[in-house]
Unconditional design. Sequence first.
Length: 297
Amino acid sequence: MNASEGVRWLPWALIIAGLLAAARQLGWIGTGFLLDLLSLWPLLLIAVGVDLILRGRGRGLVIVGTILLAALLLALPATWTGGGARTEAVAVPRDGATDAVVDLRHGVGDLDLAAAAPNAAALLEGTATLPDGARLRREVTRDGGRVEVEVALDARGVTSWRGATRRGLDLRLAREVTFDLDVEAGVGRSTLDLRELRLRSLDLDAGVGEVRLDLPAVGPYVADVAAGVGEVVVRIPRDLPVRLEVNRGLGRAEVEGDWRDVGEAYLSAATDGAPERTWTHLEVEGGVGTVTVRQVD
């Protein structure tokens, strides 16, 4: 395939990508389907190789054959393609901790992060549903009342991500501990309900997929949200004094609620008369897709 032919195929590639994105936004297909589709990228290499060997002859048959093979592989049960999964418990005892740094590196699947029940014995607890071949790495360092926790998915042994949306992390954090959170959401759907947590700082890399973030009603704290590819919705209490900076990316960024535009930032109505040291600072970096910052009661 020469350069001019590649240019002719580019509009069709953009149309197909747009149709898939629109179907995902409308809910006609799920994130899991897109992940499974992306996992079949080696078929493209095979198709290009066959096309080069045939020197363009029978290209239509090559394309149809590749599509049919992809459909067959997507139809196979996940267990036939090495897509099994297992569930294991995750727990880090609180042991009198009052401050914690939690570094969370997620992979592919769903991420659910929320507050535990009041007076929970664990600093962090929940479950991890992992693909075959993967393992969850946990490192805990204690220094008096301060704890540093790293939870990361090690996927070097994974041969397939089939059925990825059935996998992921479901974690709960102690309400009585003040947290610095560093989260890489990965690929999939992420729900971070931090409303009942004590937060000092949040650094969130939204990754690829859908992200729903609910921020605490009690501040001040600092939150940096980097949108990736997909939809990100950040919900923040209306009565919280907030200074908001939005750096728009390639997609669309919307700011909803009672805000005052001061040029380089937005100020919530609750900042009027509130000392600046009590303000929460929120910075949102746009990506590819839609980012919405919404005030809620």
